[in-house]
Design a protein around this ligand. Structure first.
Ligand SMILES: Cc1cc2nc3c(=O)[nH]c(=O)nc-3n(C[C@H](O)[C@H](O)[C@H](O)COP(=O)(O)OP(=O)(O)OC[C@H]3O[C@@H](n4cnc5c(N)ncnc54)[C@H](O)[C@@H]3O)c2cc1C
Length: 391
């Protein structure tokens, strides 16, 4: 990664910081056994927490947060780079991605008190966030949500339901998208809800994406939130959320792309060792090589698009097209790589101990969440190509 970053960030004022991020991330990775990822992607919570603690202890959670708020600076590039390096070793932290997504609008639109109370403790790991966006009956169409916060005196009272909420049980706060009494189409508001409040109940979902972090259905029954739970202006939450989507797509892509490198590395070792017909390894057959070579080309192209999007984002440019394309290309590349990896492993690809199925599950999820690839293609068709909106 050093030569890659040096080539795309030559003469950048943060180049030394970025190289330091790689050193720190690699230092953390070295603390774990080489095949620790196989344990982590089996959903080992202890291993997951150890990785998260190590990330926090080295200050990497401060990436993307300005120094004046106790962070390390480094913009989105710093965060994406760290996530990518961890992902290549199979030790990427989904919790870190969630916290980074939630605190960005808080730091931009929150009051000083909200920044101090909610955003800054995520740097030290004292507090953690989950994202409360998806609802069972709204799905992809966030504007159709029905979870509602109603102002009563100096409090908000919240009722509704969210689904698929990653880390809900281990989060202190939820970054919540809800309706209020503003009766205007598209008027959403953003709140910070204390996940330990009376009236918040969680039901674990039966989802195993092999990432350590778990998903929950979350119910709100007359949950009281203080007046300062509202972030920014009432009714402007949709704007805050959409502004954060490019960064989220790039972070998720960084979280996923390294799994492609990891699957390739494990598979290369496997196919070079396995000899079935005479003394030739199965890795010498073109039919084994080509799917891997194709997915490798797709992976490298996707990574270039991720970093192109990140540079546009950090420079204040229009990052929408590149961010959406990066998410599409990444999910496709990782999916193709993991599928090829399973095929190359033969029956062993179905053995959970090789880790290939677990990697494939992760790769498959990225085609659906945080936004499905169809919506990504809708965006490209409408906003990049200029075709009519299709839905
Ligand atoms: C592992 C995991 C973790 C998640 N974590 C979180 C979380 O922490 N917080 C959170 O809020 N949410 C989370 N989600 C939810 C995720 O964001 C949603 O699953 C996703 O946005 C899709 O919503 P849906 O599942 O309701 O699918 P639906 O909206 O029901 O869509 C189903 C399918 O229909 C198609 N489709 C839908 N709309 C269109 C359209 N306009 N054009 C073309 N095709 C379309 C797509 O193929 C789509 O996959 C998570 C999901 C998973 C699987």
């Amino acid at each position: 990664m050093r030569s890659f970053i040096k080539s795309i960030c030559a003469n950048h004022e943060n180049l030394d910081l970025y190289l330091g991020v790689i050193d720190t991330a690699e230092g953390i990775i070295k603390q774990f056994p080489e095949d620790a990822w196989r344990q982590k992607i089996k959903g080992d919570r202890v291993m997951n927490d150890e990785v998260n603690d190590a990330i926090i202890n080295t200050g990497l959670m401060g990436l993307g947060v300005e120094e004046k708020y106790g962070g390390m600076g480094g913009g989105l590039m710093g965060q994406v780079l760290a996530t990518d390096v961890f992902s290549q070793s199979g030790l990427a932290s989904f919790a870190a991605v969630l916290n980074s997504f939630c605190r960005t609008p808080l730091l931009k639109y929150g009051s000083d008190e909200q920044k101090t109370k909610y955003a800054m403790p995520t740097i030290t790991g004292d507090k953690a966030f989950c994202i409360l966006a998806t609802e069972p009956n709204a799905g992809t169409n966030t504007f159709n949500i029905t979870t509602k916060a109603v102002k009563q005196g100096d409090k908000w009272v919240l009722n509704g339901q969210k689904t698929f909420i990653t880390e809900a049980a281990d989060s202190d706060y939820g970054f919540l998208i809800a309706k209020t009494e503003i009766d205007v189409p598209g008027a959403l508001s953003v709140f910070v809800v204390d996940m330990k409040s009376p009236g918040v109940t969680l039901h674990p979902m039966n989802i195993d994406i092999a990432a350590g972090e778990k998903q929950y259905n979350v119910f709100f029954d007359d949950v009281e939130m203080p007046a300062d739970a509202l972030v920014g202006e009432e009714g402007k939450g949709g704007k805050y959320m959409f502004e954060g989507l490019n960064a989220e797509r790039l972070m998720i892509s960084a979280w996923a792309i390294g799994y492609s490198d990891l699957a390739l590395q494990a598979t290369t070792t496997y196919v070079n060792d396995r000899k079935l017909f005479g003394n030739k390894a199965i890795g010498s057959y073109q039919s084994v090589q080509h799917p891997l070579a194709k997915a490798k080309a797709e992976t490298d192209a996707a990574r270039l698009m991720i970093y192109h999007g990140v540079q546009l984002f950090d420079n204040g440019g229009e990052a929408g097209p590149a961010s959406n394309m990066a998410k599409y290309l990444t999910s496709t590349a990782v999916n193709n790589m993991c599928d090829a990896a399973i095929q190359c492993h033969g029956g062993s690809g179905m053995d959970e101990d090789t880790g290939m199925l677990a990697l494939w599950r992760i790769s498959r999820v990225v085609r659906i969440a945080p936004i499905n690839n169809e919506m990504i293609l809708n965006y490209i068709a409408e906003h990049v190509i200029g075709l009519p909106k299709s839905y």
